[in-house]
Design a binder for this molecule. Structure first.
Ligand code: FES
Length: 117
């Protein structure tokens, strides 16, 4: 699907410099909470707040691990595209359900997420 930049509506989240590496912030929306988090390499990422496994809220039950966010309820993890997986004790990565992600931009010092609903 082609996106037209002038038709994207952006939701202001916070000052970009206030989102620290490893931090997770919840954005409450009528259509469902979103969490915004910063990876170890410094990229801001936004995804749905509810884990697709058993609905834990990543704003309270999530942790950033490197470039992924991990649900601490049963350790499903999601990359920046929302692809879900779980690491076994032996290091094997098993595919799990994915989570919706949202476009993020830093604009005039503010972090904004695209409203895509
Ligand atoms: S509720 Fe998130 S991994 Fe189970």
């Amino acid at each position: 699907m082609q996106r037209y930049p002038d038709l994207v509506h952006w939701i202001d989240v916070m000052a970009a410099e206030d989102l620290e590496i490893g931090q997770i912030v919840t954005v409450e929306r009528q259509s469902g909470d979103v969490v915004v988090w910063r990876t170890a390499s410094g990229r801001a990422v936004a995804c749905a707040a509810r884990c697709p496994h058993q609905w834990a809220h990543l704003g309270t039950a999530g942790a950033v691990d490197g470039e992924e966010i991990v649900c601490l309820s049963h350790f499903w993890r999601f990359d920046q595209e929302g692809t879900g997986s779980k690491l076994s004790a032996a290091g094997r990565r098993d595919e799990k359900g994915s989570i919706n992600t949202f476009e993020v931009r830093e604009h005039e010092g503010r972090l904004e997420i695209a409203r895509n609903d």
